[in-house]
Ligand binder design. Structure first.
Ligand SMILES: [Zn+2]
Length: 67
């Protein structure tokens, strides 16, 4: 019985074998995509400034803005 997992990137079934060096991914491409997405998310967090996002300020919707 070969263990089967789902590729985290494309959700294809992947046989968990010694021969599959990209496991749990189905391919090198899916592995790179997942690592890239993770790195991108990591670098996005410090750049986000909640003070500059009006959706993060509950008072923004109640204060009339002068024109
Ligand atoms: Zn995949």
């Amino acid at each position: 019985m070969m263990p089967v997992v789902n590729c985290p990137t494309c959700h294809a079934k992947v046989e968990w074998t010694e021969a599959n060096k990209y496991r749990p991914f189905c391919s090198e491409r899916c592995k790179q995509i997942d690592l890239g997405a993770w790195a991108e998310e990591k670098y996005t967090i410090p750049a986000a400034d909640p003070l500059e996002d009006p959706l993060q300020d509950p008072l923004a919707d109640h204060e009339p803005k002068p024109h």
